[in-house]
Design a protein around this ligand. Structure first.
Ligand SMILES: *Cc1c(COP(=O)(O)O)cnc(C)c1O
Length: 385
């Protein structure tokens, strides 16, 4: 056996953007640079203690040492349903409309197997979280990009989507609040998406991983709040960003029962669920006090203010965004996202992400993650001015 015998899907994969970023960062560190890493979006704050305590209480229980339920415990799915009702006013059935995921990335990737045949068309924003397009390619589906532009608030202009593509497409991916651009979508936008989806008989896959990471007093909405989307939408939520739980691997999918069921059927044949004690901890998170999440937002707000001020003082054109823990800036004239990222690392020891890591539509923008403490954020701002 040689590498030449590996399947084409491997050789056609772009390098996972964060691995490349890690390599460049390591090179700089090897040269002795004190690197300020604002590259990857992985919360630096710890998981709130009441969640960790729930894990510790549940870990010794023998019932949690056996195979867990494929779809997630009913108790977990009921907590999901309570959260969706409390937060978005969306009523769901725990048995048929909620599914536990080993992190939302897992569900996003497996959705392609659940919904797509080879040759099907998927509409994917450009830039976007790479998993949506790559998983579609894995099953031989065709990806049609929907450009996200600053002028349009980083929301696809539905009227610009080629009618043939819209009619051909089976699934439309959307992600709000948006990574990497920080764009947000109001309920009015989602209503337009609902009408568009009905017109073109599209399914909608909504990635709501940043639903709790917002700056001002307007919490993001759920696509499922739109009545016309209820029977044709699956929405992905994650505990990763909301509760600083990226290492725990737990999230959930909610939405149309038939879509949730399709994803569950794939998962049943691929994985065997989530450690019961992690699910207990996730219940504690979803049902628990909202103060830790509000405090986390306060921390990101403070960091955002410091970094935005620093970047603006340095003459950068910072995009005004109201959600996610990212700050997005236009690259100076004469630079590309990649050359400017390289320059920030070489000249200032700052790691950021070129938005082109999420697709060619990210050209012209770099993303700074607010997952470093005030001192490091200030250091980055100082180095630039
Ligand atoms: C972080 C992230 C996710 C998934 O996170 P999980 O840890 O797998 O739940 C999904 N979508 C986007 C856009 C993200 O940034």
């Amino acid at each position: 056996m040689t590498e030449a015998r590996l399947p084409k899907r491997l050789s056609t994969l772009p390098p996972y953007p964060f691995a490349e970023l890690d390599r460049l960062k390591q090179q700089a560190m090897d040269r002795g640079v004190d690197v300020v890493d604002l590259g990857v979006g992985d919360p630096d704050l710890p998981t709130p203690p009441h969640i960790v305590e729930a894990l510790c209480a549940a870990a010794p229980l023998a019932e949690n040492h056996r195979y867990p339920s494929y779809l997630g415990s009913l108790a977990f799915r009921e907590a999901v349903v309570r959260y969706m009702k409390r937060r978005f006013g969306v009523e769901l059935d725990a048995q048929s409309e909620a599914l536990a995921l080993i992190g939302s990335k897992e569900g996003i990737a497996h959705l392609a197997l659940a919904l797509l045949d080879p040759g099907d068309t998927v509409l994917v924003p450009d830039p976007a979280y790479p998993v949506c397009a790559i998983s579609a390619q894995f099953v031989g589906a065709k990806v049609v990009p929907m450009p996200l532009t600053r002028k349009n608030g980083f929301r696809p202009r539905l009227e610009d989507i080629d009618t043939r593509d819209a009619n051909r497409a089976k699934v439309m991916w959307l992600n709000y609040p948006n990574n990497p651009t920080g764009g947000v979508a109001s309920i009015d936008y989602w209503r337009d998406v609902g009408a568009f989806a009905v017109d073109h008989d599209l399914l909608v896959a909504s990635d709501a991983a940043y639903a709790e990471i917002y700056v001002d007093d307007t919490p993001p909405v759920s696509a499922l709040e739109v009545e016309t989307l209820r029977d044709r939408t699956i929405e992905f939520h994650s505990l990763s960003k909301t509760f600083n739980m990226t290492g725990w691997r737990v999230g959930f999918a909610v939405g149309a029962a038939w879509m949730v069921n399709a994803l569950g059927t794939i998962k049943t044949n691929v994985d065997s669920g989530i450690f019961g004690a992690v699910q207990q901890a996730a219940i504690a998170a979803l049902d628990g006090p909202t103060e830790p999440v509000a405090q986390m937002r306060t921390v990101y707000r403070r960091r955002r203010k410091r970094l935005v001020e620093g970047l603006r003082k340095a003459g950068l054109d910072v995009v005004d965004t109201t959600a996610t823990f990212y700050v997005v800036a236009a690259v100076p004239a004469g630079e590309t996202a990649v050359t400017y990222t390289g320059k920030l690392l070489e000249d200032h020891g700052i790691v950021c992400l070129p938005c082109t890591a999420f697709g060619p539509g990210g050209e012209g923008f770099v993303r700074f993650s607010l997952t470093a403490d005030d001192e490091r954020i200030d250091a980055a701002a100082r180095r630039l001015t």
